[in-house]
Write a protein that binds this ligand. Structure first.
Ligand code: F6R
Length: 603
């Protein structure tokens, strides 16, 4: 999704913007641009390019633009294709005001018609351009006052950055629905869509809430609500280093993040145990039903979580795609709990579905990675994964951390309800502490997995099969592969294969079987035989030492033995590596796959 950065301060803004835009690349984009108020404060210079930040950088080479108040933007096309005209920043008719925007202005057509009647000419197909003209039309002599008027006219979800030659030492940021933070520096301040964009310059931030407007100059930051009342905001200090947002010698962020999992799983176990919210577990004790809502990979984590929560806490769980949950006639009473899982904490589908459920009387829990994100502030209770920023568009380390949190949540809730005994909890907890080193041993076989990737990289389709708690892992394996390699892949519960998908199997179809030695092993083994009998190519993810599966499979990736319930945290790791290597061998851009955005802030 679109990324915003704004700078006001002593240094030349251009390198700061370009650096920040590179840090925002992971969100997904197709064009980028900057708007800089020139040194004399009387002109806004706008430069844009379709393509990557490096294309913009090349375009700016030798242009010698200098200024101290500026905005930058990466655009993920919604209204109109990726063209220079549609790229942000957008500038008002008299070129006195420049705007960057993330989100969707739902009533833009109406506003556009009104502005056209008043003589405004539009240069782009975007919804954003109306905001630039609206600022000019409504300008009162004060940018904050004007922002309050503009915000009242806009419908939809948005984060907006504004600069103007009328007040050249100021940036105004408006937030409603899409994320926006303000970073504090010395003799300089920033606005941005997220923290990594400006982490090089500061570790102190405020996270704007919906309906807040920030007025930022080089020495001062003030925040107002939409009535113009000044607010006191408490800054947040982050402890992560910029190195977490660097590739650290790996070829891609995705590869680095896959390899970070021993640490992020360990940190999440420790983080959960040290920051347990007792009130949350009191609230869940009487729950008669738990809905888990999420999208994509987070949804798959929810599907695994259902097995654990039902097993250990004995609460009935329904898992739903947030975009579906929001628009169905769900049943909520005062004993209903709704948990939203979201790495970014900004996914519009998940946030809005949770807000609706909250309005209807449900207690809400957020499971998020990004500290201070909208979802973490909008829910009654929050649990965090402790992964630091995830830059690769394909979620990896946050998925395993979500699993760990859901398992601990289920055990803790079970303990409080009396459905899990202390020794049972302790046994699993102790075993969980060994999961990081087991993940490490899977990662040590990366070269072996790469060879398998090489063998199957030219397949047109893939089928992923699993049973019970490893069925969602089959779904996740298929999602990882399709999103970064663009190979068609389907995940299926293995027992369901005979009801349809078995017709797909022939000697060209690779079938990835997730078959650890658990309670469902024999059943899964029968499914594997069914695939083999139809000449499918079998790649198995099996428990170390399993020679029976090895004999029947074309290829095997081994994982260390574990208790049945812990297997999903292990079985997913080889599938992440398999997808990663297939995609890189095919020459795909794994960190920024086509059409995808890391943070999906539109419905
Ligand atoms: C897949 C992926 C997406 C996200 C989905 C939800 O690798 O990353 O499917 O899982 O867009 O995002 P969050 O978890 O931020 O709500």
């Amino acid at each position: 999704m679109c990324g915003i950065i704004g700078y006001v301060g002593k240094r030349n803004a251009v390198p700061v913007l370009l650096y920040g835009l590179q840090r925002l690349e992971y969100r997904g984009y197709d064009s980028a641009g900057i708007a800089v108020i020139d040194k004399n404060g009387d002109k806004i210079i706008v430069e844009k390019q379709v393509g990557k930040i490096k294309d913009l950088q090349e375009h700016l080479w030798n242009r010698k633009i200098e200024g101290h108040t500026a905005l930058g933007h990466t655009r993920w096309a919604t209204h109109g294709p990726p063209t220079i005209e549609n790229a942000h920043p957008h500038t008002s008719q008299r070129e006195t005001i420049s705007i960057v925007h993330n989100g969707i202005i739902e009533n833009y057509l109406e506003l556009k018609e009104e502005l056209i009647k008043k003589g405004y000419r539009f240069r782009s197909e975007t919804d954003t351009e109306v905001v630039a003209h609206l600022f000019e039309e409504l300008y009162t002599g004060d940018l904050l006052e004007t922002a309050l008027k503009v915000a009242k006219k806009l419908e939809g979800a948005y984060a907006i950055g504004v600069i103007s030659t009328y007040e050249p030492d100021k940036i105004v940021g408006i937030k409603k629905g899409s994320p926006l933070i303000v970073g504090f520096g010395k003799d300089e301040n920033f606005i941005a869509s997220d923290i990594p964009a400006v982490l090089e310059y500061t570790k102190d931030f405020i996270v704007l809430e919906d309906g807040e407007i920030a007025v930022v100059t080089k020495d001062n930051v003030e925040v107002y609500n939409l009535e113009g009342k000044k607010l006191e905001k408490k800054p947040l200090h982050v402890t992560w280093d910029i190195s977490v947002a660097e590739k650290a010698g790996y070829k891609h962020f995705m590869q680095k993040e896959i390899h970070e999992q021993p640490r992020t799983i360990g940190d999440t176990i420790t983080g959960f145990s040290s920051s347990k919210d007792e009130k949350l577990f009191e609230a869940i004790k009487d729950a008669d039903r738990l809905y888990i809502i999420a999208c994509g990979t987070s949804y798959h984590a929810g599907l695994v979580g259902k097995f654990w929560i039902e097993k250990f806490a004995r609460i009935p769980v329904e898992v739903d795609y947030a975009s579906e949950y929001r628009y169905r006639d769900r049943i909520i009473n005062n004993r209903t709990v709704v948990m939203g899982i979201s790495q970014s904490g900004e996914t519009a589908d998940t946030r809005f579905a949770l807000l609706d459920a909250k309005k209807e009387g449900a207690k809400t829990i957020g499971l998020v990675n990004v500290v201070g994100s909208s979802l973490s502030r909008e829910t009654d209770y929050v649990m965090y994964t402790y992964c630091g920023p995830e830059i690769g568009v394909a979620a990896t380390k946050t998925f395993t951390a979500q699993l760990v949190t859901l398992l601990l949540f289920a055990l803790e809730a079970g303990l409080k309800k009396g459905t899990v005994s202390k020794p049972e909890y302790k046994k699993l907890y102790d075993e969980l502490l060994h999961i990081p080193s087991k993940v490490e041993s899977i990662l040590n076989n990366e070269e072996g997995i790469k060879e398998i990737a090489h063998k199957y990289m030219n397949a047109q389709d893939f089928l992923f099969l699993g049973r019970n708690i490893n069925y969602p892992i089959a779904l996740e394996g298929a999602l990882k592969l399709k999103e970064i390699s663009y190979i068609h892949a389907e995940g299926y519960p293995a027992g369901e294969m005979k009801h349809g998908p078995i017709a797909l199997i022939d000697d060209k179809l690779p079938v990835v079987c997730v078959i650890p030695q658990d309670k469902y092993y024999e059943k899964m083994f029968s499914n594997l035989q069914e695939v083999k009998a139809r000449k499918g190519k079998v790649v198995s993810v099996a428990t170390e030492g399993d020679t029976k599966v090895k004999e029947l499979s074309d290829d095997v990736i081994y994982i260390p033995p574990a208790s049945d319930v812990l297997y999903p945290i292990l079985t997913v790791v080889p599938l992440q590596l398999l997808s990663y290597h297939i995609a890189t061998l095919l020459g795909k851009d794994v960190d920024q796959p086509r059409n995808l955005a890391k943070t999906v802030t539109v419905e």
